[in-house]
Design a protein around this ligand. Sequence first.
Ligand SMILES: [Zn+2]
Ligand SMILES: [Zn+2]
Length: 243
Amino acid sequence: MRGKKNFRLDLHIHTCLSPCADLLMTPANIIRAALQAGLDCIAITDHNTGGNVEVAMKIARGSGLQIIPAMEIETREEVHLLCLFPVLEALLEWDKLVAENLPDLKNDEEFFGYQLYTDDQDEYIAKEERLLAVASRLSFNEVVEGVVKLGGMIIPAHVDRPANGIIRQLGFIPPEAEISIVEISRHAKVEEIRQEYPYLKNYPYLTGSDSHYLSDIGNCGQEEKGFPLTEDLLQILAEYLSL
Ligand SMILES: [Zn+2]
Ligand SMILES: [Zn+2]
């Protein structure tokens, strides 16, 4: 994929396993919408789980769309971090550790929404009973170290957002942490953010759609905002991921 002109990716997409996502966000629907949007590569990033990634990769095989195995974890400090891996096995190992570090809370479907697993026929097959959209017991440092150890990469999600963005939650991005890229919300005004937090200039950034609805997929605003994916950024991603 690398070197392809106008390589298009969206590294922040939730499936119906995230309680806040629309029930139509099944892997097959997501893949169809991503291909229609002209994307080459997406990451499936459910809250604190990689449970629908394997099936998504299976469905996408041969379609021309690449799926990055990933999740959006919430750390003990309530920071949202995208955890992306070069191979499925690394995500599955990470997933086990995260599952052991989730608080034992039951999902309230009426309040939070359904958390649904699907199969390769795109049928709902099971519900996750534990609440997923909640802070795990893993600290920011534990998450960064754990993911990097498995060969993955961390992209702090929506760093500009008051809710669960790293800057508001931690006050800064720890300079010693192995972080090469940050994600800025697609609605953010980049110049304002850079003025407020000048050190963000040190980080190449991308925007993900943070899709919870099919119509969001691919709406990253990257081109419109005048910061297309640069070669540098793709280079960094390719160092960690199998692009
Ligand atoms: Zn988030
Ligand atoms: Zn998200």
